[in-house]
Ligand binder design. Structure first.
Ligand SMILES: O=C(O)CCC(=O)C(=O)O
Length: 274
């Protein structure tokens, strides 16, 4: 059966319980295992995302230069910005940084000690071109099992018009990654581009991850993907959280996350120091 980007809707009762039914959880985990990505619909409170959107819009506007360039770093192509969410404790929401549905899936796939190591964001500015197809880590392409998961949480409804991310389902497969790794463009880079020959050979299925506000995309970090043109007038902010096992957290310095000290005391899940 061809791979599809599956969606699992979080019900009202599941939101109240803070727990997906076993059936929904298994469907989501299996979809992520087989396709490399899954969407959890309605997993985050929209009001929290609106608070972040207001702040990130302001920060995005302030960092633009008069000639329309950007002072934030960009990834591959101008306008695809790495923009961190605010580090203000009032902007840290548990259903974003310690989401129980995401966390259970992370623990199932990446192991019980996997926890949040990176909390950042991708802003796709109006007028961008497409990024080259890439994986988020060269190291991840060497791995046989899933060890890191990226959770993307857009702060607006996302469609192809405002640059819904393109995912190549199935490309998290260890053999596909291994072949791609041998001919990476920029093999020394930790952010490798996939070589055209590997793209021609791969059996991946390209899909766009269209989402509504409150939906969450979880993807295997090995999965090939790219940012697409934003033809709307507005920036499209998308939070990016990376969960990984202990060695990855140490390497990323999870304790140095700006909000860590402020929020740790209240959280029992991903933030827990070991
Ligand atoms: O913003 C997006 O849609 C994807 C961004 C991305 O993959 C990147 O910047 O590495």
């Amino acid at each position: 059966m061809p791979l599809t980007l599956q969606r699992v809707t979080v019900t009202f009762d599941e939101r109240c319980d803070g727990r997906l039914s076993d059936n929904s959880h298994q469907r989501a985990a299996n979809a992520l295992r087989s396709a490399g990505a899954v969407i959890l619909e309605g997993a985050v409170d929209r009001a929290h995302l609106n608070v972040l959107k207001t702040k990130m819009d302001q920060a995005w506007t302030q960092q633009r230069t008069p000639i329309g360039g950007y002072t934030l770093g960009f990834n591959y192509v101008d306008g695809h910005l790495q923009q961190d969410p605010p580090d203000d404790p009032d902007c840290i929401f548990r259903d974003i940084v310690d989401n129980p549905f995401v966390e259970r899936i992370v623990h199932d796939l990446a192991g019980k000690d996997a926890r949040l190591a990176v909390y950042t964001g991708n802003t796709n500015s109006p007028g961008t071109a497409a990024q080259p197809l890439h994986s988020d880590s060269g190291k991840a392409l060497t791995e046989l099992e899933v060890t890191r998961l990226v959770t993307n949480i857009p702060l607006v409804n996302v469609t192809p018009k405002n640059g819904a991310i393109e995912l190549w389902l199935g490309t998290h497969d260890a053999d596909v990654c291994d072949k791609a790794r041998r001919e990476l463009v920029g093999a020394n880079s930790i952010w490798p581009m996939i070589a055209p020959r590997a793209i021609d050979e791969n059996p991946g299925i390209a899909v766009r991850a269209n989402t509504k506000l409150g939906d969450v995309l979880i993807r295997d970090q090995r999965l090939w993907h790219r940012g697409m043109p934003n033809t709307s007038e507005e920036p499209r902010h998308m939070l990016a959280l990376v969960h990984g096992a202990e060695d990855f957290c140490k390497q990323k310095g999870v304790r140095k996350m700006p909000f860590y000290g402020a929020c740790m005391a209240g959280f029992a899940g991903s933030f827990k120091a070991t």
